[in-house]
Design a protein around this ligand. Structure first.
Ligand code: F6P
Length: 359
């Protein structure tokens, strides 16, 4: 009898449930009998021994369901060796739970920080398999994370909705998308939504270049502008500063987020000649149900994890590389981010189409 622990960690996304379903269905079909221990609210469940012994049937009927049936939480990697508020040493506690349950493997569905913790547990001698979750698509070593495509769909829908009202009112709209430190969602949703300007953390912007695009469009008789801005977008001036100083300036910014700052700069520049608005799809980008792409990729990731458990192939992260589902050693990915390459083919094509990146 195989005993498998599973948990979902960090910010949620739309395809956590279908990924777990894929793992469990795969295990059921490969082993016949399997005991699943679902840890509640991510690593917290493993730390506090808070779990549910679950039947494979409990993972059925969730292919198209967003969120996570296990709950999730953030247990930051940088505080992994800091005891909990009630004095529990996290790593020893997690090892204890794993050992007491006599698990064969722990499957971790998580983003960058969660995969660093998974790697640490693997170094501590636990059998761990990682599955690449995040709407941000920033996990190093995989071309695709589950959740990303659904988030791009939501963000694109938001841009579509803004597009029509921006056109009716001849307004400039600054739409801010998620993505943490990277610009993948912004790039894809921006292109899909027909943005005039896309600003990414990886390509610091110059507002003068943005003005040029606005003015060029106005000359063409187009009085509405769609700007899609990543939450982590930064100006060329800020990018030049040393990291610490830059972080401080961002923290002291008198705006809730970058879109509001850019909107104010545009209001100041165009005074009475432009009506500027801000729109944020926010957490809707992580919400709702997985799209068809995510249901397929997450099922494939789940099947791969089950095959790896069968082969006792542990200490690896399941990835999608060159159109193939495969796995890489955790140390190849842990602690690294996958940024948008400013020379990415899609960026170059978008520039050919006339989209400005403010550079
Ligand atoms: O990592 C996913 C993500 O949605 C990022 O895009 C965003 O920066 C962050 O999580 C938001 O986190 P929270 O849900 O804690 O506000």
């Amino acid at each position: 009898m195989k005993k498998i622990g599973i948990l979902t960690s960090g910010g949620d996304c739309q395809a956590l449930n279908p990924t777990m379903r894929g793992v469990v269905k795969g295990l059921e079909n490969l082993f016949g009998d399997v005991e699943i221990y679902g840890f509640l609210d991510g690593y917290k469940g493993l730390i506090y021994g808070n779990y549910k012994k679950m039947k494979p049937m409990e993972f059925s009927g969730i292919l198209g369901k967003g969120g996570t049936i296990l709950g999730t939480s953030r247990v930051p990697f940088k505080y992994l060796d800091t005891p909990t508020e009630d004095g529990i040493e996290k790593v020893p506690a997690m090892k204890k739970t794993y050992k007491e349950l006599n698990l064969d493997c722990l499957v971790v569905l998580g983003g960058n920080g969660s995969q660093k913790t998974a790697y640490r547990l693997s170094q501590e001698g636990l059998n761990v398999i990682g599955l690449p979750k995040t709407i941000d698509n920033d996990i190093y070593g995989t071309d695709m994370t589950f959740g990303f495509q659904s988030a791009v769909d939501v963000a694109t829908h938001a841009i579509d909705c803004i597009y029509t009202t921006a056109e009716s009112h001849s307004r400039i709209f600054v739409i801010e998308t998620m993505g943490h430190k990277v610009g993948w969602i912004t790039l894809y949703a921006g292109v899909a939504g027909g943005a005039d300007v896309i600003l990414l953390p990886e390509i610091p912007y110059d507002m003068k270049k943005v003005y040029k695009t606005i003015e060029k469009r106005r000359k063409m008789g187009k009085n509405f502008i769609i700007m899609v801005v990543a939450e982590g977008a930064i100006s060329k001036e800020l990018a030049k500063l040393p990291k610490k100083e830059r972080k401080q300036k961002i923290a002291e910014r008198p705006y809730p987020s970058i879109a509001y700052e850019i909107a104010d700069i545009l209001r100041e520049k165009y005074k009475d000649t432009a009506d500027v608005r801000v729109a944020l799809p926010g957490h809707t980008q992580r919400g709702g149900n997985p799209d068809a792409y995510d249901r397929v990729i997450s099922s494939r990731f789940g099947a791969k994890a089950a095959e790896m458990i069968k082969a006792k192939d542990y200490g690896k992260l399941v990835v999608f590389k060159n159109n193939e589902v495969t796995a890489i050693p955790m140390e190849e990915s842990a602690g690294k981010l996958k940024y948008v390459d400013p020379e990415d083919q899609l960026i170059l094509e978008a520039k050919t189409l006339g989209i400005s990146f403010g550079d």
